[in-house]
Design a protein around this ligand. Structure first.
Ligand SMILES: [Zn+2]
Length: 372
């Protein structure tokens, strides 16, 4: 019996074997976001024996999370534990051999490089495009694989980014880092080649406005874990280079060939400018002095459908709408002092989150209820 005995069934697979298992044990993976996707991803990676996991999430466990966030239970809700810490404790009981670095933090351009240090694969458990573009910047800049995933309602998407090892700072450093190595012919488009811009605020559903079915998330997370394990054992050839799209309600599963989607003019992987990582792109957020409020300013001006946003928010409180704004109190949100949180959204996408002074907390409220 070897020290790897618990992974016996996984090592039986010709694509893994004992050599692959030792690579998995030596690996370090970053999981950003520890909600429905992130818990299922971290669970899968820890059980598979990934040696080191860094998990980043800024939220606390709530009762409405338990329907789909597989690492949490009622005790975590009662304890009011942060998700990253609750996940670390649960993962330690699942596989004590895994070193888990849990960070209760908003993943942003200021801390991205530090939190990602040492991770050879970046896995996406996020709920917003702005932070995804930040992960994409990080991956392309450093030549690290990035495994995108997203799920809302009954649908999900997943795509693995193997950055183009072209000229430029940091290029090609992904090749040889950890188990995975790839050349230009095996590289893929980046996330911004496929989705150049984030959808306008309020235009796309979020899990808080449209709901989410657990199995849709689980399927996306399973796909992400599978691609990550293939990368860790060096089987880049087996990685899915397409965009997976699924709907567990209509039973439609599609794979889109995105091999021709690489855009030489892409700001990220073409021009190698990393505006999200540099903090030049993305929404702005400023505390409004003396008002216990934060103003969120989207990166670009929009013309929002205020009536549509009011309809989405109706399930979360009493909202009023006129031609200038949508305003109401979010029933399930409390500010730092326990005060109710009032959300006001303007037609250009700007919003004021009142009752909160923490900029990152206000951005999280915006991402959940308006969407970005
Ligand atoms: Zn690109």
């Amino acid at each position: 019996m070897t020290d790897l005995h618990r992974y016996h069934r996984q090592m039986l697979l010709p694509g893994i074997g004992e050599t692959g298992q030792r690579r998995i044990r030596a690996a370090h993976v970053l999981v950003v976001g520890c909600g429905a996707l992130g818990t299922a991803i971290a669970d899968g990676l820890a059980r598979a024996g990934v040696g080191t996991l860094t998990i980043v999430d800024r939220d606390f466990v709530e009762i409405t999370n338990l329907q789909r966030q597989v690492l949490f239970d009622e005790t975590d809700v009662a304890s009011g534990l942060p998700k990253a810490e609750a996940a670390r404790r649960k993962l330690a009981r699942i596989n004590h051999e895994v070193v888990v670095h849990a960070h209760v933090a908003d993943f942003n351009h200021r801390n991205a490089a530090r939190l990602a240090a040492g991770a050879e694969v970046i896995v996406d458990g996020l709920d917003n495009f702005e932070t995804r573009y930040l992960l994409n910047d990080l991956a392309v800049r450093d030549g690290r694989p990035y495994v995108y995933g997203g799920a809302v309602a009954t649908t999900g998407l997943s795509m693995t980014v193997l950055p183009w090892p072209g000229a430029g700072a940091g290029a090609g450093t992904g090749a040889g880092r950890g188990g995975a190595a790839w050349g230009a012919s095996e590289s893929t488009p980046c996330l911004r080649c496929v989705f150049p811009e984030a959808p306008p605020p309020g235009s796309s559903p979020t899990c808080d406005t449209a709901g989410v079915l657990g199995p849709a998330v689980t399927m996306v997370a399973a796909h992400q874990v599978a691609q990550t394990l293939k990368l860790l054992v060096g089987r880049v050839d087996a990685v899915d280079r397409g965009l997976l799209s699924l709907d567990v309600w209509t039973n439609v599963v599609q794979r889109f060939d995105v091999s021709g989607a690489r855009n030489p003019d892409c700001e990220c992987c073409g021009a190698r400018t990393f505006a999200y990582l540099d903090g030049r792109a993305g929404s702005g957020a400023t505390t409004l002095c003396g008002r216990e409020a934060v103003q969120i300013t989207p990166a670009a001006d929009h013309r929002l459908d205020l009536a549509g946003i009011a309809a989405q928010l109706a399930a979360h409180g009493t909202f009023t709408v006129n031609e200038f704004l949508v305003r109401g109190v979010l029933r399930d949100e409390r500010g730092g002092s326990g005060a109710p949180v009032e959300l006001t959204v303007f037609p250009d996408g700007r919003a004021i989150v009142k009752g909160i002074t923490d900029v990152d907390a206000a951005r999280a409220v915006y991402a959940r209820y308006v969407g970005a």
